[in-house]
Write a protein that binds this ligand. Sequence first.
Ligand code: UDX
Length: 447
Amino acid sequence: MEICIVGTGYVGLVTGACLAEIGHRVVCVDDDREKIAILNQGELPIFEPGLDGLVTRNRQEGRLSFTTDLKEGIGAATVIFICVGTPPLEDGDADLSAVEQVVRRIGELSSAYKLVVEKSTVPVQTGMWIEKTLKVYKGDQDARFDVASNPEFLREGSAIEDFLHPDRIVVGVEHSLAERLLRELYEPILNRAFTCPIHRRCGEAGPIPFLVTDIKSAELIKHASNSFLATKISFINSVADLCELVGADVELVAKGMGLDRRIGRAFLNAGLGFGGFCFPKDLQAFVKIAEKCGYDFRLLQEVDRINQSRISQAIRKLKDQLWILKDKVIGIWGLAFKPDTDDVRYSPALELSKRLLAEGVAVKAYDPKAMEKARRQLPSLVCCRDPYEAASGADALVVATEWKEFAGLDLTRVKTLMRRPVLLDGRNLFDRQKIKAMGFEYLGMGR
Ligand code: UDX
């Protein structure tokens, strides 16, 4: 099918590349000239494992192209995905101005049938507004529109796998034509009828659930899913605080809980809490939408409060160990909001670094991928070439993002490099007993 993707951020680029990969012809549009220029030079403006190969191959095979011209982009397309950013406003509401502007222009520029699909995470009832806007700005009497919600559940660092091997595909539609088009569009994924470019594994059992709902329910599935995952994280972080008070180990508690199929082990990792461009803003947007619709979502307000407290918790631990922080040297391993990404937006690791700098600490940081983006946000950060340099001369070392490479480092060497062997394991990455046996003053999160 002929597809147009509007917005070439994490969601737009992954969606475009994966839809091309399964055989569609995709034009990606962005009004950011620099971003489109980078993409047309065969580079990527973001790091996402496997994405560069996928984009390069599909571009070369003529199924994927990039342009700043929206009219060109939507020209031949039957389905248009809205993948523009919906950042938070001051009051926590989602900023939908980019969505409204694109929809207005689609209305003006279209001269045939178009299925407009909201992929970006948008507040419930946005679909209704999109329908109204398309009608008001319709430029050609032959233009006809349907609107659908098709929320993405991509995690940064595993976005391609999550797209090509989803747990489910959710589509919110009002008419059967829209449903038929989206079923056709996703058919190769639903029947696993393609060679997976990453894992070459495709033999998994059975077709993938294709859930068809009304638009509002689909919009709510996205917000409710993200908020529930965030709730799981704040729950285990609260249990972690209790574990410290009673002398239990939250890792073992999480393990025991997770063996219950109704709970599941995933998203029960205690630590510095959740960041990224999704959970924090989706949580606030969901609370805001609920409030507007007349529901006071106090549970989620508490989830947010608990999450906000994690950084203060970490700093308190360092003060309890080091007494005075001012003029100390503290090494930080990891700045991205999670491993396998270069994204530092709402990163707990970056927030911790900022707070330590404000305490007069000399912060030396290393991250395998996010140094560049972190440096732009925190110029006073000392950026190190490798984790050993970040540890040398440090009075304490913080594991802020659980990159796999940190688990394999020579900790004996690290200990000799440090002025004092204090290790704050912000993501419970290490084996506590082993580290203590090596002579480190080990500080865990909930253990
Ligand atoms: C999330 C959702 O998982 C995804 O479905 C949605 O489409 C977008 O938002 P993402 O934000 O990319 O994906 O990463 P995720 O792996 O969910 O991690 C989010 C944050 O939670 C990270 O800061 C991570 O460190 C933190 N986290 C995750 C925990 O603190 N504990 C956990 O157990 C899991």
